[in-house]
Write a protein that binds this ligand. Structure first.
Ligand code: TRP
Length: 462
């Protein structure tokens, strides 16, 4: 046992394999880094755009408050009380509560969810990296020529149609994630997060300033914040529920795994509010950075996934210093995706290390290699294998739907039932050692409010 392990945060009784972050803020930054990702910057603006804006945003905010934050607290507590990977964390608490060890399965499902999300996340992150590259080298800023949506749309289609480029950029992204994960919890993750999160915030601040100076800010505020409930479909509600899980990285083992590295003396309640607050702020800010430009140029806010890769390059091609700020924008997307990818890979690696007693580098290497193979399914489903495989969806769409909507709703519900009904007072006290006063409220919310709302919202979607 090294001296380091026994002195961390005064946790003299922590087992030797426990690694706990030094910085008090590291957990908040790491969890916010996990939460803030392509979901906030790419998905949120386009689903808000497709689903009518304001009313959708309101439902989404209600979801974050009603069950996002309580579930965030539950997952942080499960990780920290056990200091184990997601599978063993559920098993350990269930054992102590005298409940079935079968609850482990929720942890297993959560790890599968993060693994599968990462397999397509690296592909989309690869698009961001590619767009950073082509924006920086002036593809959209050829002096004298006017660029139109046919050009930017064609560029995007060419990328999706080209498996080799897709593979190259997703592999670069995957290898960067691997290098951070394999360097360890402290030398890898903590160090990277300490640099990446402040840079991300800075870039976002610069971009919103640029957008406010050059775009139609008022139209954007009006679009995002004036609620017209007649536009709200039941499908939009289902999408808002699913997205609130996705954006907070819930039910995918990331928060539990990071919780295991959280110092024993930070308040869970405050931390959960901070993480959800930062995530929501970034999603709204991303909307306020993108829509002013979209409206200024008279483009469609509901342009779908292409909003970012087709509309924005067109806009940046025409704006002052567009090459510079356009590149900055895609670089920011890449950094946001990276902090999420780190937390998507860690659950599998932490589990493999313990389950098969592997060295960290070996576990990370195996995860990376197998992920690359699975990611080929997503890559090819965009071009040579563009056929429905599951309920009329391509491999990529099916994976996205299955993880973000099905696995996450189910996993979140199961986590709530586990904390509300399977666990007993002593386990809740262990989870909330720093905030015992929160237990009675937590118990009622996690027992009744969370399952009821998730059930009603999911059922209302059909
Ligand atoms: N929250 C991430 C985003 O908004 C996506 C995500 C979902 C995620 N589950 C996760 C990231 C688990 C890390 C870990 O983009």
């Amino acid at each position: 046992m090294s001296a380091e392990n026994i002195t961390y945060n005064g946790q003299a009784d922590a087992p030797a394999n426990n690694r706990i972050w030094r910085g008090r803020l590291t957990f908040v930054m790491a969890a916010a880094g996990s939460a803030v990702g392509l979901g906030n910057l790419w998905k949120f603006p386009y689903i808000a755009g497709e689903n009518g804006g304001g009313a959708f945003v309101l439902v989404y905010l209600a979801c974050i408050l009603l069950f996002g934050i309580p579930l965030l607290m539950a997952e942080i507590g499960i990780g920290r009380a056990t200091r184990l990977n997601a599978v063993d964390a559920f098993g350990n608490l269930a054992g102590k509560a005298g409940a079935s060890k079968g609850w482990k399965a929720i942890g297993g499902l959560a790890i599968c969810t993060s693994y599968l999300i990462l397999s397509f996340y690296i592909v989309v992150a690869g698009w961001c990296l590619y767009y950073f590259w082509i924006t920086a080298n002036g593809t959209f800023n050829t002096a004298g020529t006017t660029i139109d949506t046919a050009f930017t749309g064609g560029t995007f289609e060419n990328l999706l149609g080209d498996p080799v480029t897709l593979i190259i950029f997703s592999v670069i992204f995957l290898l960067i994630t691997f290098s951070i994960i394999s360097s360890g919890i402290e030398k890898g993750i903590e160090k990277a997060i300490n640099w990446l999160m402040p840079s991300l915030m800075l870039m976002l601040a610069v971009l919103i300033g640029y957008s406010a100076a050059n775009g139609n800010f008022e139209a954007a505020v009006d679009f995002l914040f004036s609620a017209d409930f007649s536009k709200l479909s039941s499908e939009a509600i289902f999408i808002a529920v699913g997205h609130s899980f996705f954006t907070l990285s819930l039910a995918s083992a990331a928060i539990i795994t990071y919780g295991a590295y959280m110092p024993a003396n930070s308040s869970i309640t405050k931390t959960a509010f901070a993480v959800a607050g930062i995530d929501t702020l970034v999603a709204l800010t991303a909307g306020l950075a993108i829509f002013p430009l979209v409206f200024q140029y008279g483009l469609e806010p509901g342009a779908g996934p292409g909003l970012m890769f087709i509309s924005l390059p067109l806009i940046f091609s025409d704006m002052p210093y567009g090459q510079l700020f356009g590149s900055l924008f895609f670089f920011m997307l890449f950094i946001a995706a990276l902090t999420s990818a780190i937390s998507l890979m860690e659950p599998t690696v932490a589990w493999l290390e313990r389950r098969f007693n592997l060295r960290r580098k070996t576990a990370a290497g195996l995860t990376t290699l197998s992920l690359w193979i699975v990611s080929l399914g997503t890559v090819f489903s965009l071009n040579i294998w563009n056929s429905p495989v599951f309920f009329g969806k391509t491999f990529f769409d099916a994976l996205d739907y299955l993880t973000a909507n099905v696995f996450m709703s189910f996993g979140a519900m199961a986590t709530a039932v586990f904390c509300g009904f399977a666990l007993r007072q002593p386990q809740l006290e262990a989870m909330f050692s720093t905030d015992p006063k929160a237990i009675p409220v937590f118990r009622v919310v996690i027992r009744y409010v969370v399952p009821a709302f998730v059930a009603v919202l999911v059922i209302s979607a059909f």
